[in-house]
Design a protein around this ligand. Sequence first.
Ligand SMILES: [Zn+2]
Length: 328
Amino acid sequence: MAHPIEHTFATPTEVQPGILRLTLPLPTGPRHVHCYFLRGDDGWLLVDTGLGLMETPWDEILAHLDGPVVRIFITHMHPDHVGGAEEAAAATGAQVFQGRLDYAQCERVWGTDDWPERIAEWFLRNGVPPEVADDLIESGHVFADFVRFAWNPTLVDPGDEIDGWRIHPTPGHADGHLVLHRGDVLIAGDTLLTPITPAVGLYPDSRPDPLGDYLNSLHLVSELAPRVSHGGHGEPVADPIERCAAIAAHHEKRLDFTEAALGSAPRSGYDVSRDVFGVTLAAIQRRFAVAEALSHLERLVALGRARRVEDDRTVAYTAQLAGGRPPF
Ligand SMILES: [Zn+2]
């Protein structure tokens, strides 16, 4: 079924007083990404910047605003959010703010040359056959040349405020993901989406249990209890607490599937991804599937429901019972 947001516009539209939404095109995935303009005392705060793959008509966009963009805030370092940051900063003259951990990972992935090799090694280690690994690496790095993040942004930390918006950490979809909360509104980045479910994957050098992080982040959002949440893709979330519960339940079910894929013989993240997500996936989807299978496997390990078996070359997983119950 076609998604309601089929078109992208260079015209920001008001989603509520003081908050404008700008929708930019993406060549893949959900096909669009939302940025937000939040009204501040001395101008607008722009949240996220699109991919920057197609040149964004910033002059045309900015002409719709009744004041200057004075600050830019990045929720997380994925290409569709940070890729256009340099261009947006140049077009507005605004200062860019990005999370400290998020910027470190942004530089490591998009600002260095060795990331493709490091992720290749890591895929092989997780059981991806070499010929498949080549495809996965290529598909994952297709955007790399287009990502123009802003170098040396002003680094922010959880608990800081920007234009009266409190910055909260919501690791999971990305380790350094940050959201903005003010009054009863959440600007959620990709932490809370509808109708799609944010991807939660394990990647090289990422925090050890991203799904555990993410479930905690959903809990945090529930406690903030915003009336509405505006995310990076899809529709505004009209009942954030309910949506948090639904996404948590989705992962509980997927944890059960993942656990069911394990037995006494060690199985790799790649093998398990074929059980949980099917055997016929395009390279880019397989990449997410492997990362997502691994985040669920590591959560199961943390819960004592699976075991990780590793040597110098490979990582694999077995059912917890295969080696007997833990002695405590
Ligand atoms: Zn996104």
